[in-house]
Design a protein around this ligand. Structure first.
Ligand code: GLU
Length: 510
């Protein structure tokens, strides 16, 4: 690439960022970094009716949490600011005027009542009203009115919009890095509004002007913008500006594959569709987020990267650095990709088990404090917690799962699983367990392997089945028939605690 790559993520701050938006940001980020380019955040807030005050903050926080921060954007000027369209609003009018001047746009005075009338009228005749070459010569605009009439209307304060004058009878060739070449008949295009009567540009005009002024080289965005591509390409042509390259990313589909993934799908299946939890200030409605649900951002990003892209190899786990290296926009697929909540959890699990026991232990401490109070000494206990993590993390998906999986490492069982006790604690069990506790008490080596050997030898010498001892022993130490290898548990909680737990169970269950 001869020109320095500059890409932008251009969300409208209308609410929390959907994971589809984060995926768009991610692919822009990967593309930029792959080509030593610049990743820009531009806030497209020209539609004041849909503006949500805390959305921009949310977007920035989400990008930062995901580890894909922007290089240029609000608060990070790279010489192309401002990066909020509302702060650029004065510069768009002159571009609308330029298009009127060159005959590529015109003023339209039709009131909404008039347009409604035409729509209804067409509908009654079984047709669809489109404001374009078909009708524009019959409507109230600067193509049909004389320049005096136009002047008079403006002087009278009549409201008008600026519409693009789509070309007639042309087969327009469009190029997309993912979809290849597409041809479109310009007669089907409508004359989109570029500039509104309230003095604000529409998305189309502001987006093209800013991409041009910000030297954007590649536009990577969601498939929902594909229908706008023809207009955008025509606008570049009308301005005589260099057209950037385009890539329209496939949709993220519902787990069923039918339709776009929505917040409701997430609610129904209990998984987040937003990176961070979000509270709607108006309704008070709270939406769950990946961060708050306990996902690691690396897992979240790895999962997102695979929604639409794949490296073409067997490898599934990619660090951000590896993603940058492997990413190729040409390997992004055309068809929508199904969101898979189970696969998302799988990624999280993979990242959890790959982190060091000590790192997880540190992350586990707040959960322990929540359950145990400040009673334990973090510094002193870190080694212990790390060992616990080593024994149970294989079964965990989230750090929070560790408590359910291993609370017995921190507190002796208060009660015993009733069903399991009934089935496994027989009349003679208490006596047997007391004897076992005596044997444990005498051991001079309380390592897991030594415990295992001695335990086996002891059971064999008693000439009884293993289950008769192992199940009650597990109940004694854990309180239920779950948990890792018993000798590992005993060794870790220690000799004194092991003996006392067995005696306690023998007393209570006897
Ligand atoms: N503001 C548009 C959006 O909200 C940007 C579309 C584009 O990237 O051109 O998605």
């Amino acid at each position: 690439m001869d020109q320095k790559v500059r890409v932008r993520f251009a969300p409208s701050p209308t609410g929390p960022l959907h994971i589809g938006g984060v995926r768009t940001a991610l692919f822009n980020y990967l593309f930029a970094k792959k080509h030593q380019g610049t990743f820009i955040l531009r806030i497209e807030d020209t539609d004041q009716n849909r503006y949500v005050a805390n959305a921009e903050k949310y977007i920035i926080e989400a990008l930062n949490w995901s580890n894909i921060p922007f290089d240029e954007g609000p608060g990070k000027d790279g010489g192309y600011g401002p990066y909020r369209q509302s702060e650029r609003k004065d510069l768009y009018k002159k571009y609308a005027d330029e298009l009127i001047e060159s005959g590529n746009a015109y003023l339209a005075f039709d009131t909404s009542e008039e347009l409604d009338f035409h729509r209804k009228d067409h509908q009654e005749k079984g047709k669809t009203f489109i404001y374009n070459w078909h009708n524009r010569e019959k409507l109230c605009n600067s193509l049909t009115l004389s320049s005096e009439e136009v002047r008079e209307k403006i002087d009278n304060g009549e409201k008008y919009v600026v519409r693009f004058k789509s070309p007639v009878n042309e087969s327009l060739v469009l190029n997309d890095m993912i979809r290849g070449e597409m041809k479109i008949d310009t007669n089907i295009l409508d004359d989109k509004i570029l500039f509104k009567s309230d003095g604000m540009p529409t998305y189309h005009l502001a987006n093209i002007v800013d991409d041009h002024l910000m030297d954007i080289t590649h536009v990577i965005r969601g498939e929902e913008w594909l229908p706008s591509l023809a207009l955008h390409v025509l606008l570049y042509r009308a301005f005589d500006w260099k057209t950037p390259e385009f890539a329209h990313l496939p949709l993220i589909l519902k787990p069923t594959g039918k339709g776009k993934l929505s917040k409701r799908d997430g609610d129904k299946l209990g998984f987040p569709v937003f990176p961070l939890a979000y509270t709607n200030d108006d309704t008070g409605e709270v939406s769950i987020g990946y961060r708050e649900d306990g996902y690691f951002s690396e897992a979240f990003i790895n999962m997102l990267a695979f929604l639409g892209w794949n490296p073409g190899t067997e490898q599934e786990l990619f660090s951000l650095k590896e993603l940058i290296e492997a990413f190729d926009i040409k390997k992004v697929g055309k068809s929508g990709s199904k969101f898979d909540a189970e696969k998302t959890k799988w990624f999280q699990h993979q990242y959890l088990i790959r982190k060091s026991d000590q790192e997880i232990a540190n992350l586990f401490i707040p959960t322990l404090e929540k359950h145990l109070g400040n009673s334990f000494d973090k510094e002193l206990d870190l080694e212990y917690i790390t060992n616990v993590v080593g024994l149970i993390k294989e079964r965990a998906t989230f750090v929070n799962d560790l408590w359910d999986l291993g609370n017995f490492f921190f507190i002796a069982p208060e009660s015993y699983d009733e069903k399991a006790a009934k089935k496994n604690w027989k009349e003679e069990t208490s006596t047997l367990m007391s004897e076992l506790s005596d044997m444990f008490k005498k051991l001079t080596d309380f390592s897991s392997s030594h415990i295992e050997t001695e335990l086996k030898a002891w059971i064999t010498s008693k000439e009884i089945g293993f289950g008769k001892v192992m199940q009650p022993l597990r109940l004694s130490l854990v309180g239920a028939l779950k948990g890792p290898h018993l000798p590992d548990i005993a060794s870790l909680i220690g000799q004194k605690e092991t003996v006392s737990r067995i005696r306690r169970a023998a007393e209570r269950l006897g």
